[in-house]
Write a new protein. Structure first.
Length: 148
């Protein structure tokens, strides 16, 4: 298949996946906000039999979050494919060619963008995860504990 046909296919599928990603994100934010289910807490603590658990199309917030995550991964893969299909153009715009080199300022901006992308992708693995009990958390945040 020609490169132009691949570009059209990748761009069209990316648009569809991007729109689905936006809709699931809006669903998680506004239709099933945090605290709209809490099935694990209700089962673990054995209370809250009268509390409601919100569902959308039969799925909880957590299940929609899983779907949203995998849609984001699919979009990331398509973005990488898109960038690889346009890599020669990206290189020439950022760094120039032998016949028309780019300025040092543009090259530095391009390197900065590349470093930002790399740091964004490895960010979740850089920091150290912390675990605290509820009372420790409220002490750290100087908050009052909520009695439920």
């Amino acid at each position: 298949m020609k490169k132009n046909i691949w570009n059209i296919i990748i761009d069209a599928v990316s648009l569809v996946i991007f729109m689905v990603m936006i809709s699931t994100g809006l669903l998680l934010k506004f239709v099933l906000p945090p605290g709209s289910g809490r099935i694990d807490r209700l089962l673990r603590e054995g209370r809250g039999a009268g509390k409601s658990i919100d569902l959308f199309m039969g799925w909880t917030r957590h299940e929609w979050g899983e779907i949203h995550f995998y849609i984001c991964l699919a979009f990331l893969v398509l973005l990488i494919v898109h960038l690889s299909l346009h890599w020669s153009w990206i290189k020439s715009m950022a760094f120039g060619t032998k016949s028309s080199p780019q300025s040092l300022k543009r090259k530095l901006v391009a390197v900065g963008i590349i470093l930002f992308i790399i740091l964004s992708l490895i960010f979740p693995w850089i920091g150290k995860k912390q675990s605290h009990t509820k009372s420790e958390f409220f002490q750290i945040r100087n908050m009052k504990t909520f009695n439920k």
